[in-house]
Design a binder for this molecule. Sequence first.
Ligand code: ACM
Length: 530
Amino acid sequence: MRQHHRTPRLLGTLLIVAAAGLSAGTSAAPAAAARAASPLGRVVPAPVSADAGGTPYEITRGTRIRVDDSSAVRQVGEYLADVLRPSTGYGLPVTTNGTGGIRLRLGGGPFGDEGYRLDSGAQGVTITAGKPAGLFHGVQTLRQLLPAAVEKRTVQPGPWVVAGGTVKDAPRYAYRGAMLDVSRHFFTVAQVKRYIDELALYKINALHLHLSDDQGWRIAIDSWPRLAAYGGSTEVGGGKGGFYTKAQYEEIVRYAASRYLEVVPEIDMPGHTNAALASYAALNCNGVAPPLYTGTNVGFSSLCVPKPVTYAFVDDVIRELAALTPGRYLHIGGDEAHSTSHDDYVTFMDRVQPIVAKYGKTVIGWHQLTGAHPAKGALAQYWGLDSTSAAEKDQVARAARNGTGLILSPADRVYLDMKYTDATPLGQKWAGLVEVRRSYDWNPGTYLPGAPASAVAGVEAPLWSETIVKDADIDYMTFPRLPGAAELGWSPTATHDWNTYRVRLAAQGPRWEALGIGYYRSPQVPWPAR
Ligand code: ACM
């Protein structure tokens, strides 16, 4: 596995602290329960270590948010102030002067790209990190150490006390993603920003946007204008659809970056392309454009692999999209190409991956990419089930042994569009019913037999939108499962324990209520009474 997909761990001693407090199994339960009784022990995703003790700090009218003299650190300070000001009613100036208060500082230490340390005591709370991303994640932890009412947008009574102690933290995996399918139903820039804010709460750092599919093409491409103008003009059920102008897409990218998420754009090819085929007759092998499609079938469309124009099209699309995307990755789909012959599929993928490289990006593909020849450095996103055939899993594991990195999105674990139970009004169940425990209770490091743990780049929770129309739908399917996927991506394996997780998860419910996030009140989780 290439080193840049891994974040260096904190010192081993910290892991030992975590293991002693929270190792899975009943023998550790009293320690874990004691930990969960303190706000420091209730954070989701679980930090590497959290040691309560000492005097608490109270945020008061006189508290300042003290930052380094750096625009990135100041921006994290302003973000924190925006969270805290409405509910506390305090001014909370962001300043480089003074002592005490809430201090955000960059410093040396074993932090890696995203780790941080939070120290809380009588004089204040100090978050220290090697990079601004670590400060931002530390700020998410600080939010969870305050009462849930801090998340409300009107003045609340307080008091705003942060328990004394120290949190030391860094992620298990460098890639912790969530996908939003904006093709089956289109979501506006404001809706995507809202989702980004929800993902940031749980230290997710990649937003995968599924920008094209049979039902809609959602990104303006200047050299092929009908893709968005016509191919984006509808959605599942026949609504009006929509697309992002380049400026709007860039606005999403900038907003995501302000929350330390990288946007991973996906153009799904060679299947899932009806919207493109409908927009340009020339892209079809028979030269005839099919009608737009507003149903929910899959596997019926394919780009025309033998035609040269197909590669001119792909080159233009990838060039324009890469130019808009500062992130490292470009996702080329590659799933469910049931209308493409195997030979054509291999030909297509082998020809398209170098185009991604030509424009400076790294390929991500759904795991069927491993049936072709994954490019050096490519990541394969596994979306199979426990019941997926051994042959298919072997193909992916073999690629992983040969250097292809893995993003794990097992559909019967972390597909957020799967119904929780038969009674769930939204979603699908082709991968099975996925209750909260099932979603949380697996180990990405050992999930795929024969794949080395070192090949795992991370975890991603996709939300497909065949049945998802509005913000409330997004929220209901995302919460409470997304925090579990986020914890699998962030927290050390030593903290993994359903019985203590469900208690920590329960404590998030009042936060979601304060934030206006509706969620599924799973009977598996001991939610506080409303
Ligand atoms: C997929 O769910 N077709 C990746």
